[in-house]
Structure formats: C-alpha cells, structure tokens
Write a protein that binds this ligand. Structure first.
Ligand code: GAR
Length: 204
C-alpha cells in the first residue's frame, strides 16, 4: 500500500487556508494527512482550528528565542520529528532563512495573495489596489531564498472592481487560494510536475 502523503502546515493568523485544507481532506479532494500545524503566533486562530480537528499544534513565538537561528532550529526539530513530505506555508508571515529552506529542498510551498511577481511581501491586496491593476489573484509557489520569488506552481486571477476595498478584494482572492492550494498539493503528491530552473511544467 502506498504510504500516506504527510503535510506540515505553518500558519500565523486566521487559518482559513488551513480550514480549506482540512475540509478538502474530509471531502476526499486532498489525499494527504496534516501531521502538525506550527504557528509563530500564540494568538493565531489557526491553532484553534487545528486543535478542534485533533491535529497536533505547536506555537512558537520568535520573541521567546534569543536569535532567529535558535527559533528556526526549534521549528526544524519539531518538523523533522513528523517527517513531512511537504511543508505548506498557509498564511505564514515570516521569511525563512536559507539554512531552513535547504533542509527541505523543494519541499516547501507558499500561498500568496497576488499574481507574482507582482506585489510580493506584505499586504499585497492593498499594493494591488493602490497600483490600480485591473486583475489580481493568487499564486502557489515553491519557496526559495527570496521573498515570494520561487518557481510558480499555480496562479488564478480575479478582476479588481472599481468599488473594491482591501477586504472585499482579499475575500475574493481567498476563495481562489482555498482552491489552488489544494490543487498544487495534489499535483505534487501525484508527482505531476517537473521543475526545470524556475519553470514548473505539468506532466501529461
Ligand atoms: C492569505 O491571504 C495568504 O495568502 C496570506 O495571508 C493570508 C492568510 O489567510 N499570506 C501572505 O500574505 C504571505 N506573504 P488565512 O490565515 O486565512 O489562511
């Protein structure tokens, strides 16, 4: 029997992407198991979502450690204990170090609320509104050493409306995020992608 594909999910906030993953696992759309949820924020609602679903959850605040190295060292130790096949950054608002990333080569993906390479970093929805783009969207990409620069796995677009606020645009983008994060994980689980340089292509 094929072994279960194991996820570790890193979060910082409300956890709607985590909830979507859990829902999609229950619906059979995502054939993985979430082994652990790791948060860098004690107050993250995502932690409650994990616990309500009987998923082990750990909170580690950066302020509790004397250096980034020590903080990431602890995260790595926890993650390695769960031997994840894939680490999913689902609203994780922290940039990971080169050392962290090279521990899990091409095994970390991130969901970002814009059509990269436009509007990387923080509050991308506001960046998009202020720039005046007519289309924005969501991107799932592999994590590399830059900020939101890794090879793109999936993108989907939404129209930006004249009367959009940051929140109305963010809500429409989140709906896409909830779909494409599951799609990207399934492509990886089924070994349906080929990465060449920074290009990700789908196998037939
Ligand atoms: C999502 O929009 C996600 O794309 C974004 O944070 C939100 C988390 O929502 N992530 C980033 O901006 C990372 N740079 P959630 O906690 O409800 O999943």
């Amino acid at each position: 029997m094929r072994k279960k594909f194991k996820l570790a999910v890193l979060v910082s906030g409300q956890g709607s992407n985590l909830q979507a993953l859990i829902d999609n696992i229950k619906l059979g759309k995502l054939k993985t198991r979430i082994e652990v949820v790791l948060s860098d924020n004690f107050k993250a609602n995502a932690i409650n979502i994990a616990l309500e679903n009987n998923i082990p959850a750990v909170s580690l605040e950066r302020s509790g450690f004397s250096s980034r190295k020590e903080f990431e060292g602890k995260m790595l130790k926890i993650l390695e204990g769960y031997t994840p096949d894939l680490i999913v950054l689902a609203g994780f608002m922290r940039v990971l170090s080169k050392n962290f990333i090279k521990t899990f080569p091409r095994k970390i993906i991130n969901i970002h609320p814009a059509l990269l390479p436009a509007f990387p970093g923080l509050d991308s929805q506001n960046q998009a509104l202020e720039y005046g783009v007519k289309i924005s969207g969501a991107t799932v990409h592999f994590v590399d050493e830059g900020v939101d620069t890794g090879p793109i796995i999936i993108q989907k677009a939404v129209r930006v409306k004249d009367n959009d606020s940051r929140d109305s645009l963010a809500a429409r983008i989140l709906k896409l995020e909830h779909k494409i994060l599951t799609e990207a994980i399934e492509l990886i689980r089924k070994e349906k992608i080929i990465i060449t340089g920074r290009q990700v292509k789908y196998k037939k």
